[in-house]
Design a protein around this ligand. Sequence first.
Ligand SMILES: Nc1ncnc2c1ncn2[C@@H]1O[C@H](COP(=O)(O)OP(=O)(O)OP(=O)(O)O)[C@@H](O)[C@H]1O
Ligand SMILES: [Mg+2]
Length: 462
Amino acid sequence: MTPEELSKFRRRTTPKLNHFIPVRPTKQQTVFLLLDDVLEVLFGGAAGGGKSEALLMGAAQYVDVPGYSAILFRKTFRDLALPGALMDRSKKWWDNSKAKWSSSDYNWTFPSGAKIQFGYLEHEGDETRYQSAEFQYIGFDELTQFSEQAYTYMFSRLRRTTKLHVPLRLRGATNPGGKGHEWVKKRFNLPSGRVIEEGAERAFVRSLIDDNPYLDIEMYERSLEELSPITRAQLRSGDWTAANSGGKFRREWFTIIGKSDIPDRRHWQRIVRHWDLATQEKTEHVPDPDWTAGCSMLRVGALPPSIRDWMMETGQTPPPPPYWIVLHVARFRKNAGDVEEAIAALSANDGHHRPVSIEQERGASGAGIVAAYRRHVLPHTKTVIPVWAKGTKEERAAVAAGFAKEGRVFLVEGEWNEPFLDELSIFGIPDVHDDQVDAFSGAFKALDKLDFIEDQPQAAQH
Ligand SMILES: Nc1ncnc2c1ncn2[C@@H]1O[C@H](COP(=O)(O)OP(=O)(O)OP(=O)(O)O)[C@@H](O)[C@H]1O
Ligand SMILES: [Mg+2]
């Protein structure tokens, strides 16, 4: 390699840095910082990969150039001011430097005269505050919290005079999920993330947790456990498909109805509360055990009245009966004794006339469970039946998915709706919880089985 080639190679593989950037970029951050000639770059994917840090580094790359101006956005001022967020980090970086902070304008002025400003775009139209401003670097942290309109508006603020030798850059950093997930995904052609359209100037850099050695992985994993499965899948893996579906169920198949929209009693066919049991408590050693989940489901011969009316008004042909109405899904993580107590309490609440079914694994241990529940846990419940788990979880869920897809399954409005739909929509992705899905698919089977059992009077609650 000639010295000339060597220096060219170095320029290609070493981003421009300066002493206002007090950290060494990781590999992915380096890629992000090298893309000077790409107008729009999204640094996306796994949480904790160093995306926000990279955004700040990017802003600081040209602060030695007089006249350079950068702005960094968060959605709200509150987000901006959070400890650990960009503004706070910038203070750690520059409080003891020659850069000057203005607490009224939220900006830094560097010795060259270059500026880095902080801003927020909370409400529609907030972007017009910047209508006479000019920036060469515009960074959006947590891009999926913004509207596409706010983002594209800022495009018009990306300018420079001919004398200013800095690139024009629009940069985003984000995890998947959030209000703007769909537009961001489309704009950057995710999840594949290749540069889209001929001549388009967009690129995607994937954030990877393993790439950031500065992250305390253990603490991070622990904080993930608190989240809903869908958020967890998104954050852990930076999965851009998780928001839509694991491929088996789709949110849109389920219509949420009010309690008063449950068809009249004369249309009721069967009702059950079906349990998928798990008896592992959450402990330090088992931070993410399975859940016990109980799905209460009603099968009816008529559509919910409002759905029926709406279909008639809009000239749609209703799907054939029967229909299934998920009344409630309960779930908890407790030890064996507390699980029994919780199930007994729920059955009392459902009414003792509501049949209870319990999923059983084939084998010696399974056989005794229903007998024990009949005798000790649910002595007042009229019908307690076993439902044997047959086939794979996917096969069992396929029946439920088939009916749901035909628009024959409804959910009664309740706090449980979101976690339930979240779990359904990511079912199929490896290593996510599927206890509610199991309880749901098992409930169909339990209702079939109840057809062969003597007639049960039904209770009206839930
Ligand atoms: N190059 C680096 N050198 C030193 N520390 C770094 C570097 N990059 C990131 N970090 C640190 O790693 C942690 C995670 O980085 P950062 O917050 O930028 O990640 P993120 O991808 O934006 O995370 P989130 O998804 O939570 O927004 C922070 O404490 C940050 O200061
Ligand atoms: Mg961040």
